[in-house]
Design a binder for this molecule. Structure first.
Ligand code: SF4
Ligand code: SF4
Length: 374
């Protein structure tokens, strides 16, 4: 057998433990987790070997390893682990550290992953939008007029051009960070695997997208089998909201149509259905977590930050619409303000928060297919 020299990175072990893997050291390598995992490939299965890598501080074996993303955090391993080592949560912590490793600038990753900065995450967009409102003289909400039809129109409170001036560069920044991170991650995985072979990349991408759109892997989960329904609802609601946003841009800049649009407009129908789908999906997700916490763990700050951001975006969006229709200008403007803050937080910190799992997992799944790993 070839000799392998292990160089433990103790700082990495500490980082993984701080990221939510405080049970890591309890593992005694019995392999029960690997046996019960229905998601892992049979060849070199996870998560036992990842538990060993994490205990020994073998950072490179973990952050260049697509397997940490093939895990769908269904928690069967955590439920059956005889030592309470919570392998599902350990892999979640390793994924968090991996996101931090590839996503720059580093201070943004620190800002997003450290609970002591939670308020600052929200204070930044609050300050930005308050400065804009101050500059256009709209800090006195009672003085803002309704539109010419006498209804509440949010562009009268904060015109679209100012919202777009903030949101478009923010989304562009997130897209650029994702692109750079994923390029680095792909190269690191390829170097670790000794190349990517000569497979058909189109087939690898198509197969991965079919898996994602059907949420096929979630069907294998036992303990947290309800995750499939909630995750699917959230996933398709996000697609609906992306379509709504694209239509909104087309209406405002292409057709020059002014908001608000009638409830029967296709944009409103898709947007409202998606918002309700998101609310139901997120509520179901939260109740599942509470219900399964004894077996699967409650999740880390990293998990809950994303839940709070998505839930907050959804609730403030629905409330802003309902209060606007109820013709209560000041509460409607305040709720819309909160909605803009949540949207900013969702976009700006996406490459550093758990939201990034969508991009990293997709990349790792494509890579794993491409090297015939999955
Ligand atoms: S994590 Fe638990 S089940 Fe897995 S090898 Fe360690 S002790 Fe065994
Ligand atoms: S959390 Fe689920 S998918 Fe991940 S290693 Fe454990 S059993 Fe497998």
């Amino acid at each position: 057998m070839a000799e392998q020299i292990v160089s433990p990175d103790l700082n990495f072990v500490k980082e993984v433990i701080a990221a939510g893997a405080d049970s890591l050291k309890k593992c005694y390598q019995c392999s029960t987790c690997t046996v019960v995992c229905e998601v892992t490939p049979n060849n070199k299965p996870f998560p036992r070997k990842e538990m060993l890598y994490a205990q020994w501080g073998m950072k490179d074996q973990l952050i260049t390893n697509p397997d940490i993303w093939l895990c769908h955090q269904c928690s069967d391993c955590t439920a059956f682990c005889p030592r309470g080592a919570k392998p599902g949560e350990v892999l979640g912590a390793v994924r968090k550290v991996t996101i931090k490793e590839y996503s720059g600038p580093r201070f943004m990753a620190e800002l997003t992953s450290n609970p002591k900065y939670a308020l600052l995450l929200f204070a930044i967009p609050v300050a930005i939008f308050l400065v804009i409102l101050g500059a256009i003289g709209h800090l006195d909400l009672t003085a803002i007029s309704l539109n010419e039809n006498g209804v509440i129109a949010f562009p009268e409170f904060i015109p679209d051009i100012y919202v777009d001036m903030i949101m478009v560069p923010t989304a562009g920044f997130a897209a650029l960070v994702f692109l750079l991170a994923i390029t680095k991650y792909w190269s690191a995985m390829a170097a670790s695997a000794g190349g990517v072979g000569g497979g058909d990349i189109v087939n690898s991408i198509t197969g991965t997208l079919i898996d994602i759109f059907s949420h096929k892997k979630f069907s294998a989960c036992g303990v947290a089998k309800d995750r499939k329904v909630s995750h699917l609802l959230v996933f398709y609601s996000f697609i609906g909201l992306a379509i709504t946003t694209s239509l909104g841009v087309f209406y405002v800049y292409g057709l020059k149509w002014e908001m608000p649009y009638p409830q029967t407009n296709i944009l409103k129908l898709i947007g409202n259905a998606s918002a309700v789908g998101l609310l139901v999906g997120m509520t179901y997700m939260i109740t599942n977590r509470m219900k399964n916490q004894a077996k699967a763990g409650l999740g880390s700050y990293f998990d809950w930050l994303l839940i709070v951001i998505i839930f907050g975006t959804c609730v403030t969006g629905i409330l802003a619409e309902v209060i606007r229709l109820a013709k209560l200008p000041v509460p409607a403007y305040i709720t819309y303000f909160a909605h803009l803050v949540f949207i900013f937080v969702l976009f700006a910190y996406a490459p550093f928060s758990k939201m990034a799992h969508m991009v990293y997992r997709t990349t790792a799944m494509v890579f794993a297919r491409h090297i015939q790993r999955d």
